[in-house]
Design a protein around this ligand. Structure first.
Ligand code: RIB
Length: 301
């Protein structure tokens, strides 16, 4: 591993996953199949993906409760080689998520944030050698904003995955270097500006670089006054798309920190994200560097 170093500040949730014929409609009860429990949370999924990709050393700022879930969330971070700065929240449950995966691949997720919502501005550790700070929106928005401001002041690049979609505090995007969103999140942030045109929506946000993930259609990078970069998705046999976007964000950021071009970072992130869809559980299919390189070599032929 080189000297590249990133800090992820975000959530960890224990995911309770049930497969069913379809996702319940409002008011409906669906009889699903067996329950499976996996480590998840957008922050932890991204940190694990970044660490397994091996392009950068990864630290994570995360808040855990004082319950039995905490150990189940800590172990996969440690196993992946993530250096975790854990804030222990007394008398709080750790984060959890309740996920229904339909046979057609659609999913619905409800998060009980627990300790994640106690991650406060004063918990931010020193950036040290980190060149990039990667965040999502499953911790308090005030903390995301404060961490982004601190990173900008320290010359650390801020990568924000604005998920789950929500209205952002005024000024937050001014401190973001790379914004990663799906189409729904982009439309919400653009607030009607740009109509249905993705590049106009990106332009309306005022961020220099916007990455839009497009699910089975791949992803694109929009940059002010520069040509758009598009990358198709790799075709795989999909078992579970939960966390695929997180794997994209983690690998993309680690690769950027490692100094590759945007094109290469996109290709590696798209490959890792495709592999993540081949197993049940948000972190289960996240590839190691060896698995990622083998997949890329196979697909290059
Ligand atoms: O992006 C997928 C993640 O969203 C799941 O792991 C779940 O915990 C929620 O945070």
């Amino acid at each position: 591993m080189g000297n590249a170093n990133i800090l992820v500040a975000g959530s960890a949730n224990l995911d309770f996953v049930v497969r069913a014929a379809h996702v319940p409609a409002p008011g409906e009860t669906v009889l699903g199949r067996e329950l499976a429990v996996f480590p998840g949370g957008k922050g932890a999924n991204q940190a694990v993906a970044a660490a397994r990709a091996g392009a950068a050393d990864v630290r994570m700022l995360v808040a855990l409760g004082d319950d039995a879930f905490a150990a189940q969330l800590e172990a996969p971070l440690r196993d992946a080689g993530v250096d975790a700065s854990i804030v222990r929240i007394a008398a709080s449950a750790s984060g959890s998520a309740f996920i229904c995966i339909a046979d057609d691949g659609e999913n619905s997720i409800t998060v009980a944030p627990g300790a994640n919502m106690h991650l406060a501005p004063e918990h931010l550790p020193a950036f040290g050698a980190a060149s990039h700070l990667l965040m999502q929106l499953e911790i308090p928005l005030a903390s995301v904003h404060a961490y982004a401001q601190a990173a900008r002041a320290a010359g650390v690049k801020v990568v924000l995955n604005a998920a789950p979609a929500q209205v952002l505090p005024r000024g937050l995007l001014d401190n973001v270097d790379v914004l990663i969103v799906n189409e729904g999140e982009l439309a919400m942030l653009a607030g009607g500006h740009g109509g249905a045109d993705l590049s106009m929506q990106c332009k309306a946000l005022g961020v220099c670089c916007v990455v839009v993930t497009l699910g089975a259609r791949g992803a694109l990078v929009w940059r002010r006054d520069q040509p758009m970069i598009e990358h198709p998705a790799f075709a795989v046999d999909v078992v579970d798309t939960t966390g695929a976007g997180d794997v994209f964000c983690g690998v993309f950021t680690a690769e950027l920190a490692g100094g590759v071009t945007l094109e290469v970072a996109m290709r590696h992130a798209a490959a890792a994200s495709a592999l993540a869809c081949t197993k049940l559980g948000a972190q289960s299919g996240t590839p190691t560097r060896v698995e990622l390189d083998r997949f890329l070599a196979d697909r290059a032929q």
